[in-house]
Design a protein around this ligand. Sequence first.
Ligand code: GLN
Length: 537
Amino acid sequence: MTGPKINTRFIFVTGGVTSSLGKGIISASLAKLLQARGYTVTIQKLDPYINIDPGTLNPYEHGECYVTEDGAETDLDLGHYERFLNIPTSQANNVTTGRIYQSVINKERQGDYLGETVQVIPHITDEIKYRIRLLGDKNEYDFVITEIGGTVGDIESLPYVEAIRQMKWELGSNCLVIHLTLIPYLAAAKELKTKPTQHSVKTLLEYGVQPDILVCRTEKPLNDHIRNKIALFCNVDSSSVIESIDTDSIYKVPLLMQEEKLDRVVLKKTKASAKQPPNMKKWRSFIKKLESPRRTVNIGLVGKYVELVDSYKSIIESLIHAGTVNNCRVDLRLIHSEHLSHDNLEDKLSGLGGVIVAPGFGDRGIDGKIAAIKHLRENNIPFLGICLGMQCAMVEFARNVLGLAEAHSTEMNPGTPFPIIDIMEEQKRVHIKGGTMRLGAYSCRISHSSKVYGIYGREEISERHRHRFEVNNQYIKRFENAGLIASGVNIDSGLVEIVELKGHPWFIGVQFHPEYKSTVDSPHPLFIDFVRTSSMI
Ligand code: GLN
């Protein structure tokens, strides 16, 4: 990239006291405010676990696996970054300890270290710093915000904190550390307690890192006394003690951070030149719509990981975005596919305007999904099938309409006589599980006469994928003759990407994941239209 060199500032976001304080949302909120001031910003997540990426993790472990345009399987926080900033992230935005060690070990095997003893400091920390600086090297960003997963004090976080210490030393005011802590409220004493924060900052100090700003998660407002006390014990000025009060929507956090002047403190401390005040007009009108819906729509989400809502994070957020466009509140009913059967379907799906059947892997809960789809198809209830949800719709249709009773996906039944969903030829040779699915953005051509053409308003679209199995094109004519149309097809490979049922008010299955592309600024057309139709039923 040409043009004047940008003086990139590096901001680190660490967490103390407990996990789940909302580091991802704070990082995304700060980034939003800086972006709204006219700065260019990107956010990166460094995860201290040993897996190379979260692609092989069970959703119960870390929630949804988010997929970027370039096909990286990443932490769900990257979804928040994209939803807040409306700019794509990439593989470089999520790095794990596993990936860091893998590159260092590969270099060692190639002889790059010329006989040195390879150690955590400097080799692992150098690799960490390289991955952080890489985003700044592109000369694209005024700010690179790097969120460190886990909690300060964990053994596995140590090399990251050490890398921050070194970068702070090297970069001076171009580097800033924001530490998130918890201020618990003790009901018995009717008091907010600062001691866990003091201890957490002390732990950071032991590693040589003085945080510049403290963001304090709390259920009650922080008064001046508490702010001054935290400031005094933690060597920060009281204007750098930022309250992060519990709120009912993550989308309100940027505005709360603006009220607390987090962005102003950051600009002052990094000596960044003043730009316009944050233009949050569009964001505020989104919040206004979120807060004053004109009606409610009941949507069901059928999946097997419903005990943990984080497993379906992007779908849930996409529905919220689509709800605001339609001026309605989406009331979501999470339905466990393992607990669904023909006997209780009516009851479990009653009162729903529309139902999404979720993505997934393996055959647990598959019969419940198929049974639900039959009910939705036969009763003209809007249905959106995503990835495995679409594959289940094909299986249901093959069995109950085409009369192929034993039809299945070869993922669930490798010996099925009617493999209507099958593994791709090139996937048959793949034995390694990590990073080997069909991943990332692919183009799709939509046929003019279809419903989805009206929804997208375009002939060519690009959507993100994460799957191994595909519609078996040998059966497609039979499906189409019976009314289930392949309305979107991959331009290069001819693979079926979208199916829709003729004569049904809204029955669409997509092989891709539209939920990865819905943002506050740009809600996804499929979700918008699905919610709109569901609210009319
Ligand atoms: N298990 C299916 C496949 O691999 C669907 C994957 C998904 O829903 N993301 O093709």
